[in-house]
Write a protein that binds this ligand. Structure first.
Ligand code: ADP
Length: 228
């Protein structure tokens, strides 16, 4: 197993009180990992540390052997932040949003093909030419996910990808993420819903008291306080 993401001895607080404290985490290539836990437990904060949007007060985050702040590490991650449905008011097409996720180093010469593949992966092939602000909130969220998927980056991090997306489409997205992990990507999804990922994920990480711990699939169903 090769470590794709490693956090060691992490501590981070927005003010004086730490949100994350003494956290260790490791995700390997080829794994699909669900990160869950109560609202406000620090899941999005942990993700922002991994994608290099925040720096830890203490400890290290390493992505594919490089510090998370290293531009190469950042470019290796396809990141879909938590959605704000309906908030994408840019006068750009869906295709342009997705293409903005293509980064040097991870996208081959098939640039148009890469965008088409990512659009198909989220079921937006027919809407590529539409302006994003004309899309529904769920469709906008799918465009953001396609932006993370485009170019086959080796680390995928999606913060609540199924929230706001219609139920009928969810298994399609979950299957796509499983395929990406099987092809060798490290995939981390924040999710509160065991139904979405239970059958396909390799591990479930539960966040509480500033740390994460592995929980079993059965335990995931019985957790009382995972923000559902
Ligand atoms: P989760 O993703 O598990 O809901 P977050 O990482 O969003 O948790 O938030 C963890 C804690 O940090 C919460 O108490 C939240 O209010 C606080 N927090 C999150 N973002 C900020 C911010 N930008 N400034 C100050 N406090 C924040």
């Amino acid at each position: 197993m090769t470590a794709a993401i490693e956090g060691r001895g992490l501590r981070f607080g927005y003010g004086t009180v730490p949100v994350i404290d003494g956290l260790d985490v490791r995700v390997d290539t080829g794994q699909l990992v669900v990160l869950t836990g109560p609202n406000g437990s620090g899941k999005s904060t942990l993700i922002r540390l991994v994608v290099g949007l925040l720096s830890p007060d203490r400890g290290d985050v390493v992505v594919l052997g490089r510090p998370a702040s290293d531009p190469v590490a950042r470019r290796s991650i396809g990141y879909a932040p938590q959605g704000s449905p309906g908030r994408m008011v840019l006068p750009v097409s869906v295709t342009e949003v997705v293409a903005s996720g293509l980064v040097k180093g991870w996208s081959g010469p098939r640039r148009d093909g890469d965008v088409d593949i990512a659009l198909a992966a989220v079921g937006l092939t027919e809407l590529g030419a539409e302006c994003v602000f004309e899309l529904s909130g769920g469709q906008q969220q799918r465009a953001v996910i396609a932006r993370a998927l485009v170019g086959d980056r080796p680390v995928l991090i999606l913060d609540e990808p199924t929230t706001g997306i219609d139920r009928a489409f969810r298994p399609h997205l979950v299957g796509e993420l499983r395929r990406r992990a099987d092809a060798g990507a490290a995939v981390v999804v924040v999710s509160h819903d065991p139904e979405d990922f239970h059958d396909v994920c390799d591990r479930i990480l539960f966040m509480e008291d500033g740390r994460v711990r592995d929980v079993g699939h059965d335990e995931f169903h019985t957790l009382e306080d995972v923000g559902r």
